[in-house]
Design a protein. Structure first.
Length: 123
């Protein structure tokens, strides 16, 4: 059973020519207990088949950029397109673990002065 978060969160996944990583990240994402309100994938003008793969997914909204604007440009595009105030940004070569979104949200809720939280990345 998927767990709803206390507030709606947009997961914004950034991709550029990372089809193999993207497929793994999406597979892991679908297996999590967390249910995101919205899943956006911002594609930075990939030429490796990423868009064709994304077209097969029905739970994902794709923001397809016409040029590679780099990670920051893609995050800005995702920020502008997200329908929620809370956004969890993820690169295509990262796989989330169960509970990470909830832990980040709890940290934000501890103190209204906190505007940003970042998970630990473990290789």
């Amino acid at each position: 059973m998927k767990a709803d978060l206390a507030k709606p969160i947009t997961l914004c996944l950034i991709n550029y020519n990372g089809l193999a990583h993207l497929q793994e990240a999406i597979t892991v994402l679908y297996s999590l207990q967390t249910r995101f309100d919205e899943i956006l994938v911002v594609d930075n003008a990939s030429t490796d088949g990423s868009l064709a793969y994304l077209d097969t997914l029905d739970q994902v909204t794709v923001v397809s950029l016409t040029s590679n604007n780099g990670p920051a440009g893609a995050r800005n595009a995702g920020f502008l397109r997200a329908r929620n105030d809370l956004i969890l940004f993820q690169d295509n070569d990262i796989s989330l673990t169960d509970g990470v979104a909830e832990a980040l949200y709890e940290t934000l809720e501890q103190d209204q002065r906190i505007l940003l939280t970042v998970p630990r990345v473990v290789y």
